[in-house]
Design a binder for this molecule. Sequence first.
Ligand code: EPZ
Length: 420
Amino acid sequence: MDKFIIEGGQRLHGRIKISGAKNGSLALMPATLLAPGCYHITNTPNLRDVWTMSRLLGSMGVFCELNGNDLFIDSNNIKSFEAPYEQVKKMRASFYVLGPLVARFGYAKVSLPGGCAWGPRPVDLHLKGMEKLGAEISLEAGYVIAKADRLKGTKFHLDISSVGATGNLLMAASLAKGTTVITNAATEPEITALARMLVKMGAKIDGIGTNCLTIDGVEELKPVNEETIPDRIEAATYLIATAMTKGKIEIENTNPYHLTSVLEKLESSGCKIEVTSDRIELEMDQDPEPIDIVTSIYPGFPTDLQAQWIAYMLTAKGVSRVTETIYQDRFKHVPELQRLGAQIDLADNVAIVKGGNRLSGATVMSSDLRASASLILAALIAEGTTEVLRVYHIDRGYEAIEKKLQSLGSSIKRVPTDIF
Ligand code: EPZ
């Protein structure tokens, strides 16, 4: 178990390159189950979650090798159609293998994902959609068993624009017999990128980028090479970190179009922002205005930036409201931020953040990926030393974060520790 030791007070300044999107890779990798062959997925981030997905696919007989940011996959020798609890409990995205396995092999045995640090995360929409596609679904000892001779096209409305359910059903429908229409589909860039990869593989998909996807199933698909899109959450995390420290940053290898809602909020708070097609420059020379946010589905303000925004609003000159609408109780970071001296009140799904109070370094505990990010951000502005424990949570979704922050002038170091 590693921890980070952070000395607060440094202004971030400089240039960094954004890595490939964690949630992009986690969608593209299961798609390789749909067609036997060799795939080369570039710009793959070197992250724990990618290793976890690689091990899961490996347990099915899929060869995965990450060489730097080049991911090589060979799915010619799939032998198992099961995703065991030991793997799925580590990462909910493992559930993405359900759709491809049933679509290609007619069978899948996938462990139900457990809850996570912020409450239950059901998969009912995934299962309802698979049933509508003609799969026979049963639950046995915590596993979903799905069977189908051949999936059949259908019409399915997602009551919630679930990213994972959209991805699972999109992959399943690609090999179904007939046409499938998914309405209220997620439009997150990672889903659009998955759809584009499936089309390169031979799938017939209309409405890509919209919340109505029409898929004409085909008999078979073929392997392709693909590039992972940049990680929009990583990019925004560094923009917020820079704004908090009144710094200046240029981020490369990013897509500003994926961050319009966040860039607007940052500008409203007082940041000066310039963008080109693949770079964003941000400069901040004042305390930010208090800016309320309400998380929502894409292209709204992402829930995966809610914790980071709370950390940012701790430096604001006033009170702001941060409302979480996607998850119940995604505020595990709040008690830890309060240990640093943050003044935050929680009322149901709203955090009322009182900005302008001095934060003092302390030892804090990561609880999940984005909560950990908010603790690191707060530590950058806290007086004195902060220790952030259990940074394996961070290593799930931020490639080389301490190296990137060090290159921007932050005093952060990774220290192995035996604290569990
Ligand atoms: C994806 O998770 C992301 N993970 C999450 O990012 C992200 O927070 C989330 O989408 C929302 O944007 C990956 O892409 C790997 P959902 P996912 O299904 O697909 C409810 C990160 O930090 N729901 O869109 O699991 C669910 O409980 C991670 O990178 C059902 O009720 O999210 C939640 O309230 C965290 N039934 C809401 O929908 C279902 O069958 C959105 O969940 C499925 C979901």
